[in-house]
Design a protein around this ligand. Structure first.
Ligand SMILES: *Cc1c(COP(=O)(O)O)cnc(C)c1O
Length: 339
C-alpha cells in the first residue's frame, strides 16, 4: 500500500466515474457539438451565475487564457509572490501574453485591497507598465490551502472597478474553500470577471478545468483556447467525469479537510518539527527543525511507503484527497507518531 500525499492530483477514477465516462454521449466539441461538454459548461456557468463557461484540458491553460483575455503585451498583472500563475505555469504569463507580474508580499498567498492600490502603476506615467489585471488564488496552494476572507475579495473588486482592472480568480481549489467556509459559487461569480476551477484536484477527475465569465469575454476565450491548442474533439468522455464529480465529490471534501487537521495535530507533537502552518482545507505545510535533514526525512517516509514533497525553503507539503483512505490515514498517523 503506497500512501501518496504529494498532491490531490494523484487520484484515479473509480468505478462510478469510469462508468459515467464510458456511457457519455459525445460529439465534436470544436464544433460545440458535444452534448456532455455543453451540459458541463452550462451547469458550471449556472453554479457561478455567469453567462458562459468553457472546458479546458488544464487549469494552467484556463488561467493563461484568462490572463491573455484581460491584458495586452507589455502590461502588468498584480498577484501574490506565491501565485500559481507566476510560479508554476512555466512563465506562461510572459510567454503567452507578454506581460510582467507585480508581486505582492502577502500573507500565505493572500493580500489586501490596500496592497493592490499600492501596486497599481499610475496609468499616465508611461515609463512603467500599464496595470491591467489582478489575479487572486483561493484556496492558496503554496500558502497551505488557506482560504480568503470574502470581505477582502470584495474590497479588491472595488479597487478593480475604480482603476479599470480585470479581476481573475484562480479557483483550482475553490471547491475546498466553498466547503470549508460554507460559501457559494454564486457569490464568487458576482465578484470576479473570470474564474477558473479544476476538476482534477479534490474532485478526482483525470483531466479538466473550466473557465467561467460573461459572454463577451468568453467569446474571446474560445478563440484563445484554440490558439493554445486546447480545442478538443470527443471530449465529452472527460466532461462526463466532471459532471459525476460535481454530483458526488464536493461534499466529501470535508473528509479530506478533517484528515488534514488530524495530520496537523500529530505533526505538532513531534519534536523534529518546528512549525505546522494553520490547516483550513486539504493542504498541510510544515517545517522541520534545522538539525533535521529534509531529504533524509522524506526518504524515511518513503521507506514506509509514504510519499510527500518539498516546497522549497525548508517547507514540506502533504495533501489529502479522494484516494487517501481511512485505512491509509490510520497507518500514516501511527507511523508519524513513532517518529
Ligand atoms: C493545480 C493548480 C492549477 C492548475 O494546474 P494544472 O496542473 O495545469 O491543471 C492552477 N492553480 C493552482 C493554485 C493549482 O494548484
Amino acid at each position: 500500500m503506497i500512501i501518496d500525499l504529494r498532491s490531490d492530483t494523484v487520484t484515479k477514477p473509480a468505478k462510478g466515474m469510469l462508468d459515467a465516462m464510458m456511457s457519455a454521449q459525445v460529439g465534436d466539441d470544436v464544433y460545440k457539438e458535444d452534448p456532455t461538454v455543453n451540459a458541463l459548461e452550462e451547469r458550471i456557468a449556472n453554479m457561478f451565475g455567469k453567462k458562459s463557461a468553457l472546458f479546458f484540458p488544464t487549469g494552467s491553460m484556463a488561467n493563461q487564457a484568462a490572463i491573455k483575455l484581460h491584458t495586452n503585451p507589455g502590461e502588468q498583472v498584480i498577484c501574490d509572490k506565491y501565485a500559481h500563475v507566476y510560479n508554476y505555469e512555466g512563465g506562461g504569463a510572459s510567454f503567452n501574453s507578454g506581460v510582467s507580474c507585480k508581486l505582492i508580499d502577502g500573507h500565505r498567498g493572500m493580500f489586501t485591497a490596500n496592497q493592490v492600490v499600492e501596486s497599481i502603476n499610475p496609468p499616465d506615467f508611461y515609463h512603467s507598465p500599464l496595470t491591467s489585471l489582478v489575479a487572486v488564488e483561493n484556496t492558496t496552494n503554496k500558502g497551505g490551502g488557506a482560504c480568503w476572507d470574502f470581505e477582502d475579495i470584495k474590497k479588491i473588486r472595488t479597487v478593480c472597478d475604480t482603476h479599470n482592472l480585470g479581476y481573475h480568480l484562480d479557483g483550482a481549489r475553490l471547491w475546498n474553500a466553498l466547503v470549508a467556509k460554507d460559501e457559494t459559487a454564486k457569490q464568487y461569480g458576482e465578484v470576479f470577471d473570470t474564474i477558473s476551477v479544476c476538476l482534477s484536484k479534490g474532485l478526482g477527475c483525470p483531466i479538466g478545468s473550466v473557465l467561467v465569465g460573461d459572454d463577451a469575454l468568453m467569446k474571446g476565450a474560445i478563440r484563445i483556447r484554440k490558439i493554445f491548442g486546447g480545442g478538443m474533439r470527443q471530449v465529452g468522455y472527460l466532461a462526463a467525469a466532471g459532471l459525476y464529480a460535481l454530483d458526488n465529490n464536493i461534499d466529501r471534501l470535508k473528509e479530506d479537510h478533517k484528515k488534514a487537521k488530524d495530520i496537523g495535530v500529530v505533526l505538532h507533537e513531534l519534536s523534529i518539527i518546528k512549525a505546522v502552518e494553520p490547516i483550513e482545507t486539504n493542504i498541510v505545510i510544515f517545517e522541520l527543525e534545522s538539525h533535521v535533514d529534509e531529504s533524509e526525512f522524506i526518504q524515511q517516509l518513503a521507506d514506509n511507503n509514504i510519499q510527500i514533497i518539498g516546497m522549497g525553503g525548508g517547507k514540506l507539503r502533504m495533501v489529502t484527497h479522494l484516494d487517501y483512505t481511512d485505512v491509509m490515514h490510520e497507518k500514516l498517523l501511527s507511523i508519524l507518531s513513532d517518529f
